[in-house]
Design a protein around this ligand. Structure first.
Ligand SMILES: Nc1ncnc2c1ncn2[C@@H]1O[C@H](COP(=O)(O)OP(=O)(O)OP(=O)(O)O)[C@@H](O)[C@H]1O
Length: 322
C-alpha cells in the first residue's frame, strides 16, 4: 500500500451501548426480544421507543446484566456485558426498577443510606456526594423534606439523584417519566437534557413519541421484539414522505392540478387538497395552481414526523399521548 493511500476503514468501536443479534426467549416459544443490533453513540440521547410490551425493558435488563440473553451479545462503554460487569457498572447510572426509598426519611437521608450501601465509595466523602447529587437534580432546597412529602416529579428526580451519586459516563433509564404528572414530566425531561449537555450519554426507553421528539438526538424504534429502525432523529424523520397541502375553496380543482403534475396519494377535505411532494419543486405547484385559476389561500409543506415513520414501519398506530 502506498504511503498516501487512505487508512483502511476500521470498525468504529467507540459506542456507549452496542448489541449484536441480542435476543431473549421466555419459555419455549415467546420471543420477547428478537435479534437486536443496537448502536448508541457516545454523547447521544437515545430514545428507545416502542409501545408497551415491545421488549424495551427486557432489552435494558439484558444490557445491564440483570437477566441473561438467550442469544447474541452486548457491550456497554466498549466492554462485554455481563463479563465486565464489575468494571462497567460503576460508570453507568440506571433507573430500572427504581431504588426503594424510605417514606419517613428525608431525601438526603435516603441518599446517604444508598451511598453507605455502596462498598466502592469512601464514607468520609458521603456528604459531598449526596449534596452534589441533590444539587444536580435541583433538590438541595428540599433535601430535608421527608420522601413521602415529595411530589411525583421530585420522587423521580431523587431516583435520578441516586443514579448520580457518582460521576457516570452513561445513564440507562427505563421509562423515566412514566406515571408523572405534566409538571413532573417537564422537570425530569429538563433534567435529562441538562445531564446530556454536561456530557453523559443517555439511553432512555419510552412509549411516548413526543418525549423522543423533545429530548432525543437518536431513536431506535421497537415493535414486537424487533428493532425496526434506528439512527439520528433528523435522518429518520427525513425518511418519511413529505406532503404538500393547499388550502382553497376549490379543493377538487386543486386536486386535479396536483394529479396533472403527477403527484401521488392526492387527497381532499372540505377546504384542502394534499399530495405527496416527491421530487416536485414547490414553486412549480403554486404556478400550476395559479395558472389553472385555483384560488390559493394557504400552501404548506409538512415535514414528516416520527409518527408517520412508525406507522409506515409497523403498519400500526401509536399512543402519542402526554
Ligand atoms: N419474566 C417474564 N416472563 C415471561 N414473559 C415476559 C417476562 N418479562 C417480559 N415478558 C414479556 O415479554 C414481552 C416484552 O416485555 P417488556 O417488558 O420487555 O416490554 P416493554 O416494551 O418494556 O413494555 P412495558 O413498557 O410494558 O414494560 C412482553 O410480551 C412481556 O409480557
Amino acid at each position: 500500500m502506498s504511503a498516501s493511500a487512505p487508512a483502511p476503514a476500521r470498525e468504529d468501536d467507540s459506542r456507549a451501548v452496542r448489541a449484536i443479534g441480542l435476543g431473549k426467549r421466555y419459555g419455549n416459544d415467546h420471543l420477547a426480544v428478537d435479534g437486536l443490533d443496537l448502536d448508541v453513540p457516545h454523547g447521544a440521547v437515545y430514545g428507545f421507543l416502542g409501545p408497551n410490551g415491545s421488549g424495551k425493558t427486557t432489552t435494558i435488563r439484558m444490557l445491564l446484566g440483570l437477566i441473561e440473553p438467550s442469544f447474541g451479545r452486548c457491550e456497554l462503554l466498549g466492554e462485554p456485558m455481563p463479563d465486565a460487569i464489575e468494571k462497567v457498572l460503576p460508570r453507568v447510572g440506571t433507573l430500572v426498577e427504581g431504588p426503594a426509598f424510605h417514606p419517613y426519611l428525608s431525601g438526603r437521608e435516603n441518599l446517604r443510606h444508598l451511598d453507605d450501601a455502596d462498598p466502592t465509595t469512601s464514607p468520609s466523602t458521603t456528604s459531598q456526594r449526596v449534596d452534589l447529587a441533590l444539587d444536580r437534580v435541583g433538590l438541595l432546597s428540599a433535601a430535608r423534606k421527608r420522601f413521602r412529602a415529595y411530589s411525583l416529579g421530585m420522587k423521580q428526580r431523587l431516583a435520578l439523584a441516586a443514579a448520580l451519586l457518582r460521576p457516570r459516563d452513561l445513564l440507562i433509564l427505563d421509562e423515566p417519566t412514566n406515571g408523572l404528572d405534566p409538571q413532573g414530566t417537564r422537570e425530569v425531561r429538563s433534567l435529562i437534557s441538562q445531564l446530556a449537555a454536561d456530557g453523559a450519554t443517555i439511553m432512555l426507553s419510552t412509549h411516548l413519541l413526543n418525549e423522543v421528539e423533545q429530548i432525543c438526538s437518536h431513536v431506535g424504534i421497537m415493535h414486537k421484539g424487533k428493532l425496526k429502525a434506528q439512527g439520528r432523529l433528523p435522518d429518520l424523520n427525513a425518511e418519511g414522505a413529505t406532503r404538500v397541502s393547499v388550502t382553497t375553496p376549490s379543493p377538487a380543482e386543486a386536486a386535479s392540478v396536483l394529479k396533472g403534475l403527477s403527484l401521488t396519494d392526492v387527497d381532499t377535505t372540505a377546504d384542502t387538497a394534499s399530495a405527496l411532494l416527491g421530487d416536485m419543486a414547490r414553486d412549480k405547484i403554486v404556478v400550476a395552481l395559479v395558472d389553472a385559476g385555483v384560488p390559493v389561500h394557504g400552501f404548506t409543506v409538512a415535514a414528516p414526523g416520527l409518527e408517520d415513520l412508525f406507522v409506515s414501519l409497523t403498519g400500526e398506530g401509536f399512543d402519542v399521548s402526554a
